[in-house]
Design a protein around this ligand. Structure first.
Ligand code: ZN
Length: 493
């Protein structure tokens, strides 16, 4: 076995540990009994320890160093670069710290669920405090170029710095706020849904759309959960949704959204299984896939010209709603409290709020007990509304209970990347015509070739340049909003 093959053997073991962790996590979020949380915590800690030992074995360091001295091709170079990145990070974190974070997670998440239900931040605060303490220690151990937040962002958006994100988000906010103000002041009425949308019918029709998109149910499944998510990869990529019987929209769009994530995971080349080349590039790129399907494709008029007759067929409650009304109903812009229910225009403001709060926490400018106040003030300032309780305020998202600080900005990066990719796609194929005919496979093929098959070959900032010829920017996203909502709301920006 040569040095490269030897390194790939180690990486295969690490990948498999990750796969097992995914299955445990899926179970924890779907059907795990309540009392099992502590046991699952122990299992998570064990896997985390095993992962840590495998990757930090000094033998791995030697293999990487040897390969770095060799003349490798582009693929192998990327693989060694990625394994080096993980190796350096993991060798700088004590095994006990990793295990402590992993074992805290299930109980922290369970407490968060209870606190959210009661709308009381105080119930969750001690767990969050502990989690933050551990994550601050984590950031110090792995190190960072400028501020501690860089270390956390690196876990989700490798090679991207907080300062770069801040810069593009600042520009985004300046352009976004007046657009939202113009839309809101246009005074167009809110269209609400009435009637009943049986869960069985929702499941059936959304499964049809997912199948048309190219989601492979032989290598996946759809289950109901509190919060929709996608987990797994390759031939075991599962998605979840949350159904509401009085409104078909949340489950519809979360299915399309998670379907976009799942298509990415199902779309890696099988020859790259258990290699960084068969893994997603960054969470921002991951999110670009889900958002393109959900917002740019799934909320477009051509898409619904094709799918609305089937939708009406599935739900008699829609019989008196015409296509144009439905199209406007799924594209309403209004400031709201809940991120996951936000429209594509206001959504990014929800992210900016979280991003700014996280940076303040890790820069030591904000204490845990000050979070609810800071949160509510920012909602009032950016969106003009104030949460009545913490359940619809700072407790609404699961991320902090899992210790996933640095995750939120990837959602907005996804919005920006998705518009950039889509703009490029429309130059290569007639997307509008394909959507209008319900022919979604050529869209998937384009994504497969340009994004999915490349795995971690390039860092996100490189990938977007290779595919579109331009660096990360907000221009295409802003253009998308202006041209779409200008027509819907009959306004000019
Ligand atoms: Zn997503």
């Amino acid at each position: 076995m040569d040095t490269y093959e030897e390194l790939m053997e180690v990486y295969k073991d690490i990948s498999i540990i990750g796969e097992i962790g995914s299955q445990l996590s899926w179970d924890q979020n779907t059907y795990m009994p309540k009392k099992a949380a502590a046991m699952r915590g122990g299992q998570g800690a064990f896997l985390s320890k095993l992962f840590h030992r495998k990757i930090t074995d000094p033998k791995v360091g030697k293999l990487i160093s040897t390969l770095e001295g060799e003349n490798l091709d582009q693929n192998k170079n990327a693989v060694v670069r990625e394994i080096r990145r993980i190796y350096d990070r993991k060798t700088s974190i004590p095994e006990e710290l990793e295990a402590e974070i992993a074992s805290l997670e299930p109980l922290s998440m369970q407490t968060w669920v209870e606190a959210k239900k009661k709308g009381d931040f105080k119930i969750f605060a001690p767990h969050l405090e502990k989690m933050l303490e551990l994550k601050k220690e984590y950031a110090d151990k792995v190190g960072y170029p400028n501020i501690p937040y860089d270390a956390l962002l690196e876990d989700f958006e490798p090679y991207t710095r907080t300062s770069q994100v801040t810069e593009v988000f600042e520009r985004l906010r300046k352009k976004l706020v007046p657009i939202i103000e113009t839309i809101v002041s246009s005074g167009k009425e809110i269209i609400s849904f009435s009637g009943n949308y049986p869960i069985a019918s929702q499941e059936e029709y959304y499964k049809k759309i997912l199948t048309d998109m190219g989601y492979d149910f032989e290598g996946g499944r759809l289950d109901p959960t509190e919060h929709p998510f996608t987990i797994g990869s390759g031939d075991d990529t599962r998605i979840t949704t949350h159904y509401y019987e009085n409104d078909p929209r949340p489950a519809l769009f979360s299915c399309i959204h998670e379907g976009g994530h799942a298509l990415y995971e199902q779309g890696f080349l099988r020859e790259h299984m258990h290699s960084p080349l068969g893994e997603f590039c960054s969470l921002g790129i991951h999110e670009s896939q889900s958002r393109m399907w959900e917002n740019i494709i799934g909320r477009s008029l051509p898409f619904w010209k094709h799918y609305y007759p089937g939708m009406k067929n599935a739900f008699p409650s829609l019989s008196s709603m015409d296509l144009d009304t439905f199209y406007r109903a799924i594209n309403q812009v209004r400031p709201s409290l809940i991120r996951v229910e936000a429209d594509e225009a206001t959504y990014n403001l929800h992210i900016l709020i979280r991003f700014e709060i996280e940076i303040d926490i890790f820069n030591g400018k904000l204490d845990v007990n000050e979070i609810p106040q800071a949160w509510n003030d920012k909602y009032e300032q950016y969106l003009g509304i104030r949460p009545e309780n913490d359940g619809v305020g700072c407790l609404q998202d699961v991320h902090w209970s899992m210790g996933a600080f640095g995750y939120f900005p990837t959602y907005s990066l996804g919005n920006l990347y998705s518009s950039q990719f889509f703009d490029r796609m429309t130059k290569d194929i007639d997307v509008k015509d394909l959507m209008g005919r319900g022919e979604l496979r050529p869209i998937l093929s384009w994504l497969r070739t340009n994004i999915h098959h490349r795995g971690k070959l390039y860092p996100a900032s490189e990938l977007v340049k290779v595919v579109t010829g331009r660096s990360l920017n907000e221009d295409h996203f802003i253009e998308h909003l202006k041209s779409k909502y200008g027509k819907i709301y009959d306004v000019s920006f």
